[in-house]
Write a protein that binds this ligand. Structure first.
Ligand code: ADP
Length: 424
């Protein structure tokens, strides 16, 4: 069966964010890690191919995006969605402009839209200016981002600097009047020679009004917010059925490599509730101790009684001390590598419900498990769904939740195991 919406995301957690929105709006969604070698493993309405192209050299971002496009078209995708960050993260050269250009050329289309608006996440666009909460983009912390500093909140200007195509604006005057007015404005812009239009949106209602105007448009570009208005174009509505992805029966565990405040609180809450927990220490790893083997030996007899937690989560003083001794890079990669090996060992010992805390940590774990495709299920907390897929390195079908550091409520690690929608 062919898919409806084919998505290309410029980073890993952004891909999950988009897939989660699509599922909540009524589509069955699968996320793949990179461009798959073979066909899709599960039935889906939408597939999100997760790339790491946000800060790659433009030529490389373009070639990877075109490879993703070719695969998605091979799966029958009827519409293509290019997903970037809701803060429009890009350098003066791109990659939003160059990738959008290349996709338009490959799809032989002369018009698309671009909007990072995601009101649920405090990202709104008005008169072409992007707001982060109550602040203009360039007044927010994004001004000092280490890789993609954003010094201009005017997205028409920002995008025009990245493409030779004419950039225009579907402004709030049209958006506020609904789908028909948006369609009229699109026709007007096209007649003026505009090829990419930034779209104002300050609420979910605006994004839902935008949806019908995008029906049949070969390429849509945006943050994850625009996605909420698309499933209705195929007659799909939010339903518990699309989200239902029963948790795989088996043992339960949490591995945490995030040191964010939210994760620290979650670790403390798990321990406070009497859960068995083991801390791992980067200095021991650096000294050559086989911490992964020790952690697995510790976990094995405890697993049949309920979830265990293995964590490197530490307070800033401890992290700084480890970094001073080892360097931030080395400390990080030692911990990521150990947690990835522990996660694989846990799955080999029968864990089938695994929570991973930390964005980089999740990347390392997914790679160690050789998990290439994940179906997206019920959201546990905003932005963090249960997912399911084949961990090839262990030959096991598992449920997995990848929690980016600052996401999730305090009791996430305990509540998540009861939030999967029943047993398989
Ligand atoms: P988050 O999503 O909170 O940013 P990440 O997993 O992306 O979490 O990043 C956390 C980084 O910190 C990882 O590279 C991880 O290996 C590293 N790290 C985790 N624990 C420690 C520690 N105790 N000391 C030093 N670095 C650590």
């Amino acid at each position: 069966m062919s898919i409806k919406l084919g998505c290309i995301a410029d980073d890993f957690t952004g891909a999950t964010d988009l897939a989660n929105n699509l599922v909540r709006a009524g589509m069955r969604a699968v996320q793949t890690m990179g461009v798959p070698q073979g066909p899709l493993q599960a039935r889906a309405d939408a597939v999100v191919v997760a790339l790491k192209t946000r800060t790659a050299p433009p030529a490389e971002a373009v070639s990877q995006s075109l490879a993703a496009l070719a695969w998605l078209r091979g799966q029958g995708a009827q519409q293509i969605y290019f997903k970037y960050c809701s803060t429009f993260d890009s350098t003066p050269q791109g990659n939003i402009g160059p990738v959008a250009d290349a996709l338009m050329r490959a799809l032989d289309t002369g018009f698309t839209i671009a909007t990072p608006a995601f009101p649920d996440n405090q990202r709104t666009v008005f008169k072409g200016y992007l707001f982060v909460g109550d602040m203009l983009l360039n007044e927010s912390g994004m001004r000092h981002h280490p890789l993609t500093p954003m010094a201009d909140a005017n997205l028409v200007r920002v995008l025009a600097a990245q493409t030779a195509r004419r950039v225009g604006l579907i402004d709030y005057k049209a958006v506020a009047r609904g789908a028909a007015a948006i369609a009229e404005r699109i026709a007007e812009l096209k007649s003026e020679g505009v090829e990419i239009a930034i779209v104002d949106a300050v609420s979910n209602a605006d994004l839902l009004a935008l949806g019908p105007a995008l029906r049949g448009m070969p390429l849509v570009t945006g943050g994850s917010g625009v996605a909420i208005g698309l499933p209705a174009n195929w007659g799909l509505a939010p339903s518990a059925r699309t989200r239902s992805l029963p948790l795989r029966p088996g043992l339960q565990a949490v591995v945490a490599g995030s040191c964010s405040q939210a994760t620290q609180a979650q670790v403390a809450a798990f321990i406070g509730a009497g859960g068995p927990a083991l801390a791992i220490d980067p200095l021991q790893l650096a000294a050559g101790v086989d911490v992964a083997a020790q952690a697995l030996a510790w976990a094995e007899p405890l697993l049949p009684q309920g979830p265990v937690l293995i964590y490197s989560t530490a307070r800033p003083e401890a992290v700084q001390a480890a970094q001073a001794e080892l360097g931030a890079q080395r400390a990080g990669s030692l911990v990521e590598d150990a947690i990835a090996r522990i996660a694989l060992g846990l799955v080999r010992r029968g864990v089938r419900q695994l929570i991973v805390a930390g964005g980089e940590t999740s990347g390392a774990v997914v790679q160690a498990l050789d998990l290439q495709q994940m179906a997206i299920g019920e959201q546990i907390d905003p932005g963090v769904p249960w997912c399911a897929g084949l961990a090839r390195a262990a030959g096991a079908d598992i449920s997995i939740a990848l929690k980016s550091g600052n996401f999730g409520a305090r009791d996430f690690f305990t509540r998540a195991f009861g939030a999967g929608g029943g047993q398989a």
